[in-house]
Design a binder for this molecule. Structure first.
Ligand code: GLU
Length: 516
């Protein structure tokens, strides 16, 4: 069996979009399912686009998601360094090889000269200018200028780039596990820059050299890289590495929730849901981007959701543990067509994971949310809240949003129901209930219920008349889990106090309505 080696190769140019995390996940799942190795490589040769903190961001995001690389920066491995900015010497050596064998050449054209040429082509009504076999003869490069002039320019430290010499008439075949055989003609590929004027390699050169040296067997990445792959195949050919070239799997695009157009980072801000794994920047900042973690998602739920954005197991099963994903995953079940980003589905996944997580395990996460909102709670309370609310919420912050009444007095939020249900003339009866509850010794839901039912029978009142009043007074709303369970969680003294306050508030609400 082949020793599978795959890599996730982000460029630190900003926060890593959720699509990148999906790419990382598919690489990880494939490696694990094949007993292979998952490499993290940081592609940071584009100094103009380098963004401080972006490498750290992607590493933190992978850590949070539990997508653990086997080799990479800070981890080590036989094929390092794993940060491209630390591999300059390696690229220099391989560039020299292409120059010596005549498959690459020096180009001295300045930006202004290239611009002028583009303008001239445009003015003449031609197609946009391409630097290739048909045009390179009239540009300033080592092929058109000859050896002597080239040496003179190099000795004079004239700035240059190195370009790949793409000869027409070649067929390029990409073996893609998702798309089958994808063919290009070499005429479709221009003489791409391999080394920039700053001496650093472009993405294309560094990517191919590293995939070769790191013995990558499968390149799994987004569909947007498919056109570049034709160039990459030509590069493998130029190096004489075509026989050991990796297989490719180009993943379908992530589409907007409407299914129209690519999901963009601005969609998150506009539509009000995260398209990033973690927050980037601070809320309120211009460049702030919201993340799944801070929006209260469990990493396992996010992974399950992402796994299905572009892949399906061929069965009805939707909930997969990490191990089940590893066992079921395969490149052959990756879809070709774009995957619609359905945020409601992400919420559904999170809810399923919340329901399936034991209360004791959810407790600390809920406690954290309450503490963040300025209401620290005990471990016991956090576990109780987990049990009572987990079927009603979709994300962690909702445990607080929907359950703040467990720890704080919130008044009456649902005045409409209060007006309908509260009869001031029944106040004396409800005061009786309050007294009865104050004397309940064993403050447990069944016992509280028993006492309430005894009260109802005595007064000839039904659940429909009593429960809404209890709920409104204690939790401010008639929604929520079992009323007696809420009372138990709130505690006896506090319940009794809230009933008194609640009756007063409801008296006032009704009086206001009557204009008294
Ligand atoms: N550095 C590229 C990126 O940012 C990697 C593409 C690839 O996987 O080859 O997405």
């Amino acid at each position: 069996m082949q020793n599978v080696r795959v890599r996730f190769a982000p460029s630190p140019t900003g926060a890593q979009h959720i699509g990148g995390i999906r790419t990382a996940l598919y690489n990880y799942l494939f490696a694990r399912s094949q007993g292979g190795v998952f490499v993290l490589r940081i592609e940071d040769t584009d100094q103009k686009r380098y963004v401080e903190g972006a490498e750290e961001y992607v590493i933190n995001a992978l850590r949070w998601a539990g997508i653990t690389p086997d080799e990479g920066p800070g981890i080590g491995g036989e094929y390092g360094p794993y940060r491209q900015s630390e591999r300059r010497e390696i690229y220099r050596k391989y560039t020299q090889h292409l120059l010596d064998s005549g498959q690459a050449y020096y180009a001295f054209d300045t930006e202004e000269e290239l611009d002028q040429r583009r303008e001239a082509e445009k003015a003449a009504g031609n197609h946009s200018f391409r630097y290739d076999a048909t045009t390179r003869g009239d540009m300033r490069n080592s092929l058109s200028l000859g050896r002597e002039e080239t040496d003179r320019l190099l000795e004079g430290n004239t700035p240059y780039v190195v370009r790949l010499r793409v000869e027409p008439g070649q067929m390029v075949h990409i073996k893609d596990r998702v798309r089958g055989d994808v063919a290009y003609r070499s005429e479709e590929v221009d003489d791409k820059v391999l080394v920039k004027a700053d001496g650093l390699p472009t993405y294309h050169l560094a990517n191919v050299v590293d995939d070769h040296l790191m013995k990558i067997t499968h390149v799994i990445r987004g569909e947007e890289w498919l056109p570049s792959t034709a160039l990459h195949v030509l590069l493998y050919r130029a190096f004489g590495w075509e026989k050991t070239m990796p297989e490719f799997a180009h993943l379908p695009l992530l589409l907007k929730p409407t299914g129209k157009g690519k999901l963009s980072k601005r969609d998150g801000q506009q539509l009000g849901f995260p398209v990033f794994p973690l927050d980037w920047g601070e809320e309120g900042d211009d460049d702030y981007l919201s993340g799944f973690r801070e929006a209260g998602f469990l990493p396992e739920a996010m992974l399950n959701f992402l796994a299905f954005l572009g892949w399906n197991p061929g069965t009805e099963q939707e909930i997969f543990s990490r191990q089940e994903l590893i066992d079921a995953f395969g490149l052959d079940r990756i879809n070709k067509s774009g995957a619609q980003y359905d945020f409601e589905k992400a919420r559904w996944y999170n809810q399923q994971y919340l329901i399936n997580t034991p209360d004791a395990k959810l407790g600390p996460r809920i406690a954290h949310v309450y503490a963040e909102n300025g209401h620290p709670i005990s471990e016991e309370m956090s576990v109780t809240i987990a049990g009572l609310l987990k079927e009603r919420v979709h994300t962690l912050p909702e445990f607080f949003e929907q359950g703040v009444y467990f720890v704080a007095r919130v008044g009456i939020n649902d005045e409409k129901t209060a007006r309908k249900k509260w009869k001031p003339e029944q106040r004396p009866a409800f005061e009786d209930l309050r007294t009865r509850l104050a004397s309940v010794k064993d403050w447990q839901a069944p016992r509280i219920k028993e006492e309430t039912v005894a009260f109802m029978e005595e007064k000839g009142l039904g659940f429909g008349a009593v429960l809404p009043i209890l709920r409104l007074a204690v939790s401010g709303t008639v929604k929520g889990p079992d009323a007696f369970a809420i009372l138990e969680a709130v505690g006896r003294e506090e319940t009794v106090a809230r009933l008194g306050e609640g009756f007063n508030l409801m008296d006032r609400i009704v009086a206001d309505q009557r204009g008294e």
